[in-house]
Design a binder for this molecule. Structure first.
Ligand SMILES: Nc1nc2c(ncn2[C@@H]2O[C@H](COP(=O)(O)OP(=O)(O)OP(=O)(O)O)[C@@H](O)[C@H]2O)c(=O)[nH]1
Ligand SMILES: [Mg+2]
Length: 516
């Protein structure tokens, strides 16, 4: 287990709550007085708004001597992460919705590798959303700063980077409080978004089905609703540049009214979306009930985003689902009917990928989709064996399983991308996850074995039977093939003598032909 997840939202949120209560107009600082020649590698105690003076900065608790050499650089560049601006024609360029971004992370625990993995993932997310990553930096701190996320002394350093690179957006690797976003925007003078907003944006770009779009919109509205004050303040500042004294966030009157109307509009929209989603859920529930009545076993493919879930579904069922080297390529679940080697029918579904700290709003909004995972008979938990931190991915996915009450469903770990993975890592994963199969959805390696394990784990029909079926009841024999299990089958003078297991309603029909 790594500590990659120690950078928890919980910690941030509880701090945030405390901070929100005492929030003052700390944002009206004049940025020009905050110039320090902080070289980004060492911390300086700096002059900051007097409002913050009695807030102990947790950064100060750390002494350089106590840290490993590797950890000494508190704010470091992730060298390999900038994407080159490719040689594209001006026309094409204008069509792209490119934002030029600087990524900023706070690294609170785990190894340097964990921190770099987290930043690499943020970069992939940013690129998936259509941004160009110019620079990625992170800072070592015990906890994110409640006011500015990174240490207050680092904000100026980031501003220099923003100016030098010409970035128009800063993306922070966490879920930030409205006040943190506002404070940062005030000092950095560019748009600041957090990881949650980024993921919501990707979902909004990718959702295709009506349900997927409604779910995403619901998640976005819930996110926005909590941040109305923050965004409102920021937007007016951004629009008008510098805000005249007294007319900023503190200027209650009209602003407050506007926020109230916005909140009401959002609430109305949320209620409408919830109603629509409920109707769509109704249709799906009917389908599911149908499947249940026929006791058709269902298998869900779940796992970290980009692990190869859709590729695996394609391999296992020839489904022809979109496969893409991109995060969150699949947002709309696909269910395929398929059969076991001996002809038994079952379904296999592809689902939306999970990610570390999947925004809570999304889990809530996608709950009805995710319920299908909780309701299935077997989960294929796909993990990318070639990823730098597959254990971290397994843990992150299991956190979501817990959140959607899916922990009771039997789980088969499918270690994918065996063709690209380090055999040592595969051995390590096998050791850790004894109930696992190793496959490559790309080459087909291990697929037959995986299918055999899957078939063996499907639930068995509940009723044992032995029946002598006259030859004109070939339809019943077919149905036993599709929905039951046959242990022996013999053609006799009077008909087909079959024994095996069937679900209740089929067993009821067979009862008329029962032999003991
Ligand atoms: N080398 C290798 N690449 C694979 C394998 N399986 C999938 N991939 C690649 O991994 C990338 C992601 O595959 P998908 O099947 O789209 O992954 P997914 O889990 O459905 O991803 P999302 O829907 O985005 O969450 C694609 O570029 C695939 O070609 C494999 O076994 N080996
Ligand atoms: Mg997919």
């Amino acid at each position: 287990m790594t500590n990659a997840h120690d950078f928890t939202l919980d910690a941030e949120l509880s701090e945030t709550a405390a901070w929100e209560d005492t929030e003052t107009d700390a944002t009206d600082t004049d940025a020009s007085d905050a110039d320090t020649d902080d070289d980004l590698t060492e911390d300086t105690t700096e002059d900051w708004q007097s409002g913050y003076a009695d807030e102990p900065d947790p950064e100060e608790e750390m002494t350089v001597g106590a840290m490993d050499l590797a950890e000494r650089h508190q704010l470091r560049r992730v060298a390999s992460l900038s994407t080159e601006l490719e040689d594209i024609s001006e026309v094409e360029y204008r069509q792209l919705r490119l934002e030029r971004v600087v990524l900023v992370g706070v690294w609170t625990g785990g190894t340097v590798q964990d921190a770099e993995n987290s930043m690499a993932e943020l970069a992939l997310l940013a690129e998936t959303a259509g941004s160009e990553v110019l620079e990625a930096i992170y800072q070592r701190r015990q906890t994110p700063d409640p006011a500015t996320y990174v240490g207050r002394g680092k904000v100026d350093g980031i501003r220099e980077i923003v100016q030098a690179t010409g970035a128009d957006t800063v993306i922070c690797d966490g879920e930030l409080a409205p006040s943190q976003l506002r404070n940062l925007e005030d000092r950095l003078k560019v748009k600041v978004v957090d990881r949650t907003a980024l993921i919501l944006d990707i979902f909004a770009q990718h959702a295709k089905s009506r349900e997927g779009q409604a779910q995403t919109e619901l998640a976005q509205l819930n996110y926005m609703k909590q941040r109305l004050r923050g965004w409102g303040g920021n937007l007016s500042r951004q629009a008008g540049g510098r805000v005249a004294a007294g007319a900023g966030i503190g200027g209650r009157g009209p602003g407050e009214t506007k926020i109230e109307t916005d909140r009401r509009r959002i609430n109305t929209k949320i209620a409408k979306l919830r109603r629509e989603l409920k109707e769509m859920k109704g249709t799906r529930d009917t389908k599911r009930a149908d499947r249940k009545r026929h006791e058709i076993p269902s298998v869900s493919i779940a796992g970290y985003t980009n692990a190869g879930k859709s590729s695996l579904l394609n391999r296992l069922t020839q489904a022809g689902v979109l496969v893409e080297d991109s995060l969150f390529a699949t947002l709309d679940p696909t269910t395929r009917r398929t059969t076991t080697n001996d002809g038994r029918v079952y379904t296999m579904s592809d689902t939306v990928g999970f990610v570390r700290h999947l925004p809570h709003q999304l889990v809530e909004a996608f709950r009805s989709t995710l319920e299908e995972v909780a309701d299935s008979d077997l989960i294929l938990h796909v993990v990318d064996g070639s990823h730098p931190d597959p254990e971290g991915q397994l843990a992150a996915v299991r956190e979501v399983f817990a959140e959607i009450n899916a922990t009771h469903v039997p789980e088969l770990v499918v270690i994918n991308k065996a063709d690209a993975a380090d055999p040592m890592v595969i051995a390590r994963l096998r050791q850790r996850e004894p109930h696992a199969v190793v496959v490559s959805a790309k080459t087909g390696e291990g697929i037959a074995e995986a299918l055999a394990v899957i078939e063996g784990e499907l639930p068995h029909p509940s009723v044992a039977f032995t029946a002598l079926l006259p030859y004109e009841r070939g339809d019943l024999v077919n149905r036993i093939h599709q929905h039951g299990e046959i242990t022996s089958l013999e053609h006799t003078g009077e008909g087909t003598l079959v024994s095996g297991r069937a679900h209740e309603s089929l067993a009821g029909e067979l009862a008329a032909y029962a032999v003991s």
